[in-house]
Design a protein around this ligand. Structure first.
Ligand code: PEP
Length: 260
């Protein structure tokens, strides 16, 4: 049976950068830099900080820009006494399509556990959005030969409650922690091996269709200069881009490369 074609997804994680005015400027430049054919071949999402979501949504809708709106985090409850948190419904009402869940910065700096990540993944699906669930190993874990055990463990912990349809719709971002914001990359072969192990785990746990349809992004210092080789790997279906996504020309270049 031929494998279904997986449309690559390139996602720009702006982290804690961009006021709402700067964000509008960035998406306008990004939109000019895209080529007309790009959206037919590549999905693109931008993930501004919460304070810029409404402004970016308004411009994306008004100008019919070929990219989806994404968020960087969410709480799993729908409402309640959770000062400072944002609910899935609040994001869905802003036409948010993708939500990054379990980014390593949230796990390491803000104490997010696998259990919290699992609740967030389920809540994002319940609000009819798509989670981009991040997994990744530390340098110590990689050097101890524990990479696959670590990332497959995170994947299983975050997705145990999902049904096969949800599993197929999920996006997983493999982001080696030592490669995020450091300028260091996994080699394309290493990244491919880990993404293949993630897909094999989904095949084994959730069936062939889910494993074949699941999109797996690579993230960690991706830029136009190194994206082509990473995106050429058979189990890598796009990129989660941090620093380089703040430069619209660079992000557009990565989209072109994903198309090819
Ligand atoms: C990220 O924020 O998910 C990321 C991969 O960052 P960078 O591209 O800057 O390494």
């Amino acid at each position: 049976m031929a494998e279904p074609r997986r449309k690559p997804l390139v996602s720009g994680n702006w982290k804690m950068h961009m006021t709402h005015l700067e964000a509008i400027n960035l998406i306008q430049k990004l939109s000019y830099s895209l080529e007309a054919a790009d959206p037919s071949y590549v999905d693109l999402s931008v993930h501004p900080p919460f304070t810029a979501l409404r402004s970016v949504q308004t411009v994306l809708d008004a100008d019919d820009m070929p990219m989806s709106l994404g968020a960087q985090n969410v709480h799993w409850e729908d409402k309640g006494a959770f000062t400072g948190e944002i609910s899935p419904t609040m994001l869905a009402k802003l036409n948010v399509s993708y939500v990054i869940v379990g980014h390593s910065e949230r796990r390491q700096l803000f104490g997010e556990t696998d259990e919290m990540v699992a609740k967030k993944v389920a809540a994002v699906f319940a609000a009819r959005m798509t989670p981009i669930m991040c997994v990744g190993e530390t340098l110590d874990e990689r050097e101890a030969g524990a990479t696959e055990e670590r990332v497959v463990g995170q994947l299983r912990a975050g997705t145990a409650a999902l049904n096969p349809e949800q599993m197929a719709a999920l996006v997983v971002a493999y982001e080696p922690i030592w490669a995020i914001g450091t300028g260091r990359n996994a080699t394309p072969d290493d990244a491919q091996a880990v993404c293949n192990a993630l897909r094999a785990a989904v095949l084994a746990d959730h069936g062939e269709a889910a494993g074949a349809r699941l999109r797996i992004q690579y993230g960690g210092s991706v830029k136009a200069a190194n994206a082509a080789e990473l995106l050429a790997q058979p189990d890598i279906d796009g990129a989660l881009v941090g620093g380089a996504s703040l430069d619209p020309g660079e992000l557009a270049q990565i989209v072109h490369l994903a198309r090819n």
